[in-house]
Design a binder for this molecule. Structure first.
Ligand code: NDP
Length: 280
């Protein structure tokens, strides 16, 4: 019996929850498959991807390869091309086709947090890959999206192709007003995670609307961003649901089947708990 092989490539990759999450998806769908984590340095991306053409059914792509991978693919889905980033590759007869499921994952996570994005005003902190996915999803639905970033030029490049998005630099006066009016505030920076665990994109005395949704793409810990938002009366959600939903969308692209998202979420939670026990 042959076993279908899948992988996630990135550097570093040891922290990835994708192997536990995707294997739970395969198990719940009664499919025999393995999902491996491959640490791939930027210099080895080309040779490694050439090997994945043979023997693998698909793979995920994470930091720092989401943009560089595009040059190694045979075909790129329109949405992924528009985002300029690929996080999912489907292998068919050794041909590689790239997709991006981050925007879908972001949207489904918002929906499951009870947030209807139609006509809302949103503030997104960050202008990197995940912010791009959030803005791509929100642009056709929200009334206004304010992208707040340290590097203003990067925020301007991001918003240039979206008619409802504006760029603001961290520290500009309009950040306070936009936050007061926001129905949704998104942290799409690594502030609050790992070595930046005490970091918070919110200004210290930010005035947030009670009942607004604060969505941190960081997952697995209560970040200063979510703490401050909760203290201001906001509803809060972390990045786990987005991780699970983008992973479930990858699973469907590879297999044509809907995985059991509850099993995938539970596997992530078990894996995070195991790591917490291991560290403490
Ligand atoms: P990128 O590296 O593409 O972008 C990072 C962004 O954060 C940039 O706008 C950068 O600003 C800003 N930033 C970085 N460090 C700081 C800092 N010290 N102070 C202020 N701003 C900072 O990262 P991604 O967009 O891929 O990821 C961002 C976060 O989202 C990560 O924590 C990642 O784990 C998480 N994520 C979660 C996902 C999920 O499914 N839950 C999916 C994807 C990402 P500048 O341009 O000024 O450098």
């Amino acid at each position: 019996m042959s076993i279908d092989r899948y992988a996630v490539i990135g550097d570093p990759i040891e922290h990835s929850l994708s192997p536990a999450m995707q294997e739970a998806g395969f198990l719940s769908a009664d499919m025999t498959a393995v999902y491996e984590a491959h640490r791939v340095s930027p210099e080895m991306l080309g040779p490694h991807v050439a090997c994945l053409r043979y023997g693998y059914r698909g793979f995920n792509v994470t930091v720092p390869h989401k943009e560089a991978i595009l040059q190694h693919l045979d075909e790129i889905d329109d949405d992924a091309r528009a985002l300029g980033a690929v996080n999912t590759v489907v292998v068919r007869d050794t041909a590689l086709r790239g997709y991006n499921t981050d925007a879908i994952g972001f949207g489904l996570a918002l929906e499951s947090a009870g947030c209807n994005p139609r006509g809302i005003s949103a503030v997104v902190f960050g202008a990197g890959g995940s912010a791009r996915a959030a803005v791509a999803y929100l642009n056709s639905r929200a009334r206004r999206i304010s992208v707040v970033n340290r590097d203003r030029a990067r925020a301007e490049r991001l918003v240039a192709r979206y008619d409802r998005a504006e760029a603001i630099a961290v520290g500009e006066e309009s950040v306070a007003t936009r936050l007061e009016e926001a129905d949704l505030v998104v942290n799409a920076t690594p502030l609050g995670m790992g070595q930046l665990s005490s970091g918070n994109p919110l200004p210290a005395h930010a005035c947030l609307r009670g009942g607004a949704l604060a969505f941190d793409l960081v997952y697995g810990q209560e970040t200063p961003f979510l703490r401050q938002a909760a203290e201001s009366g906001c509803r809060t959600v972390d990045g786990l649901e987005m991780l699970v939903r983008q992973g479930a969308a990858s699973f469907t692209l590879w297999t044509g089947r809907e995985p059991d998202v509850r099993a995938m979420r539970a596997a992530c939670e078990r894996e995070m708990e195991r790591r917490r026990c291991f560290v403490s």
